[in-house]
Design a protein around this ligand. Structure first.
Ligand SMILES: [Zn+2]
Length: 192
């Protein structure tokens, strides 16, 4: 994993740089669809003590778009659970989910350039690998990112699933219907 593959959160990447330079422990706090877990994993891979903490019970702690609506009691419970005296970390960084423009921007490099070899032979079968989405596909993906709060990795995975569905249909390009089917296979959360 490279830092450039982590969506947005330049301040968090800077914090990792500082932590690596001084061998500091680092913790990231963010909602489930933020890059907190990925950042912590990256830091661990580089031998830093690190962890990711889920956002508060309402899920919007650190969210740029919505206010935390936790009661004082809920917030206190969350704090005592995750911020005990034994849990001392040198650096604490709040991580927000990437917005849709950043996610689409990161994906566009992968989605707009057809691979050199359009056909690859996998297990003896011929498969198309073109990840390009047409305008309608990009619009649908944008809507999905916003409405069901897909993060960058889930969005990329959905396009990969759509590519597989297109292959099952022997389609050279990903059609909106393939993407729509791929989006249906997402995990469902209680509140959706
Ligand atoms: Zn909250």
């Amino acid at each position: 994993m490279k830092l450039q593959d982590i969506c947005g959160n330049e301040h968090a990447k800077r914090a990792i740089e500082v932590a690596l330079a001084g061998n500091f422990s680092v913790q990231f706090i963010g909602p489930w669809d933020s890059e907190a877990g990925v950042l912590a994993e990256y830091a661990r891979q580089h031998q830093l003590k690190s962890r990711a903490i889920p956002a508060c019970p309402c899920g919007f702690w650190g969210d740029a778009a919505r206010e935390c609506t936790c009661s004082l009691q809920m917030a206190a419970g969350w704090r005592s659970k995750h911020f005990g005296e034994r849990e001392n970390y040198d650096l604490t960084i709040e991580v927000a989910p990437c917005d849709v423009h950043k996610i689409i921007g990161m994906l566009s490099g992968k989605l707009s350039e057809p691979e050199e070899a359009v056909l690859k032979r996998v297990d003896g079968a011929t498969r198309h690998t073109d990840m390009h989405l047409d305008e309608a596909g990009v619009a649908l993906l944008k809507a999905a990112i916003q409405q069901i709060r897909l993060d960058y990795r889930r969005a990329l995975r959905i396009v990969e699933i759509a590519r597989t569905i297109a292959n099952l249909a022997h389609a050279e390009r990903i059609h909106v219907a393939h993407l729509a089917e791929a989006i249906q296979y997402r995990p469902r959360r209680n509140n959706q």
